[in-house]
Design a protein. Structure first.
Length: 81
């Protein structure tokens, strides 16, 4: 968010997107992706998004572990263990 705000300030002064991206050390595609994703967000919305992404990762790990447990139990039930 900080880099995006910095980039928006530079663009407001007349800098070009390629130059701003180069100054920030990112590609133009990254800049546009950030702008599309975070452009209209305030800091509290950004924090909420980060929290949701962390929760999503945690839940995906939990589901993966459960899937492994189910596969293991199926193998044991078949007598292949």
């Amino acid at each position: 968010m900080r880099k995006l705000r910095e980039a928006e300030a530079k663009l407001a002064t007349g800098a070009s997107v390629p130059q701003v991206a180069r100054d920030l050390g990112i590609s133009e595609a990254t800049f546009h992706r950030w702008r599309n994703r975070y452009g209209g967000m305030n800091p509290s919305e950004t924090k909420r998004l980060k929290d949701l992404e962390k929760e999503n990762i945690r839940l995906k790990k939990l589901v993966a572990e459960q899937a492994l447990d189910i596969d293991l139990l199926k193998e044991v039930n078949r007598g292949n263990f």
